[in-house]
Design a protein around this ligand. Structure first.
Ligand code: PHE
Length: 453
């Protein structure tokens, strides 16, 4: 209600800035933590293949759709859908669902980020560096099973995000992220090189690249698709919100393609860094969320100056996680401030306080609340499952249906060609995919994966 046409909105000032910020949202713990652990848990190469297909057939079209709607709406996600939808149609509910998803994601994401921050300090202390699975496993367990540490680190992370947002330095952080990301790539390359030269590394490569389709099930396919949504920050309004800051001459399909490729590249690097080492040291590829935290210290334990490198690795991971968290928070913060007229600091504060409350259920899910499960899942797993495997795909379906059936081809053409100035040969096939292929695919995978069909 506060959003008037005269109000000047902050926006990205350069095309490169757009790419960097969007990449900052996509690349994060999803690449270095979630991608490896899900790939390990779900059978390796066959999972990877389904994930790649989902990224191409569903992820990319939904990302383009979202960015396009955002730039058209030039507002927070809820206002954008109110503006763009015909009167009387409640498409804005999709954005509201996205706000809900943002809360669920932040609740567990901030806890994983908490482990990363904690590992910086544990790394400096030197106690976690070992090639023995028993030692690195025990160090990780000691952290997640300690309610006080889990909670305090999470609140510290939330406070840090609050600080960054309140001081209005998030653009500054993006600039830093932009400069440091290449360093993370290089470090992943170094770890990969070491990991690949360990005795027994071959088996890790076979695991990662030679598919065993007997490992696939409807549930696994849904998990792979959910990962595609999570990775590309789509289906919950994040890319729509970022799209609203895009310049009018930004080439949206090209931007989306670049983000997707770079993101896949980082995930592959992480996979190559982790799996050969997992097999070489005799870890379990299906160790679950602990995988990154038990494997990485082992790789560094077998590198000269490993401790220094490991601290650097967790610092860079923390920075990558920060970029992603700022983008998740941007969804509810922009809705509260633009739609409901709260000042940005107040909107930020409300969101973070709520998150400290809701998120603590995830922080404590390995300790105090370890016995509490809903549908057999801890809060941590439940929030992860509902956001990635239900809410984001559902958001994706609805946004595709909105563009494919309500908005229509002409509007999409106008929006993606920047008013006719760009020549895009992919428009017709893209529209076909958005109208039929993506929504149908998501729907089938969801219904099958959830056992509803
Ligand atoms: N894509 C981010 C990552 O992989 C996570 C994220 C999800 C960010 C949803 C924004 C929205 O770490």
């Amino acid at each position: 209600m506060s959003m008037t046409s005269t109000q000047v909105r902050d926006g990205f000032t350069s095309k490169f800035g757009v790419l960097a910020a969007t990449l900052g949202s996509a690349v994060g713990l999803g690449n270095i933590w979630k991608f490896p652990y899900l790939t390990g848990e779900n059978g390796g190469a066959s999972f990877l293949l389904v994930y790649l297909i989902a990224t191409l057939l569903v992820g990319l079209p939904v990302m383009i759709t979202e960015m396009m709607l955002g730039r058209r709406g030039k507002a927070d996600a809820v206002s954008t859908l109110i503006k763009l939808a015909p009167k009387g149609q409640a498409w804005w509910l999709v954005a509201l669902m996205g706000v809900g998803a943002a809360f669920l994601i932040m609740s567990f994401y901030s806890e994983v980020a908490a482990w990363v921050f904690a590992y910086i300090f544990k790394g400096i202390g030197g106690t976690i560096l070992s090639t023995d699975p028993a030692v690195t496993g025990a160090a990780f367990n000691a952290l997640i099973k300690d309610p006080l540490q889990s909670l305090l680190w999470q609140w510290l992370v939330l406070a840090l995000m609050g600080g960054i947002l309140l001081m209005g330095v998030s653009r500054g952080i993006e600039a830093v992220t932009k400069k440091l990301m290449p360093l993370l790539f290089i470090l992943l390359l170094v770890i990969g090189a070491r990991s690949l030269t360990l005795p027994g590394a071959r088996e890790g490569l076979i695991f990662l690249f030679s598919p065993d389709f007997s490992k696939l099930s409807a549930g696994v396919v849904l998990t792979a698709m959910g990962l595609a949504f999570f990775k590309l920050s789509i289906g919950m309004g994040c890319m729509m919100t970022y799209g609203s800051y895009f310049r009018d001459d930004q080439h949206i399909p090209a931007t989306a393609c670049r983000v997707m490729c770079a993101d896949l590249f980082v995930s592959m690097l992480a996979g190559i860094a982790i799996f050969p080492a997992v097999f070489a040291f005799g870890f379990e590829p299906s160790a679950g969320p602990a995988l990154l935290f038990i494997t990485i210290p082992a790789v560094f334990a077998s590198i000269p100056f490993g401790q220094v490198f490991m601290v650097l690795f967790f610092v860079l991971s923390a920075i990558a996680a920060t970029g992603a968290m700022l983008s998740i928070l941007e969804v509810p913060v922009s809705v509260l401030s633009e739609r409901f007229g709260l000042s940005r600091p107040r909107a930020t504060l409300i969101n973070l306080l709520l998150l400290a409350l809701i998120g603590s259920s995830c922080a404590l899910s390995n300790s105090t609340l370890a016995g509490v499960t809903v549908a057999g899942k801890s809060f941590f797993d439940l929030f992860d499952f509902i956001s990635s495997n239900v809410l984001m795909p559902l958001g994706g379906i609805l946004l595709c249906l909105f563009v494919g059936w309500v908005w229509g081809f002409e509007r999409m053409k106008e929006a993606l060609t920047n008013g006719g100035t760009l020549h895009l040969r992919i428009l017709k096939p893209l529209f076909f995919v958005v109208r039929y292929v993506s929504p149908l695919l998501i729907l089938i995978v969801m219904l099958k994966g959830l056992g509803l069909f």
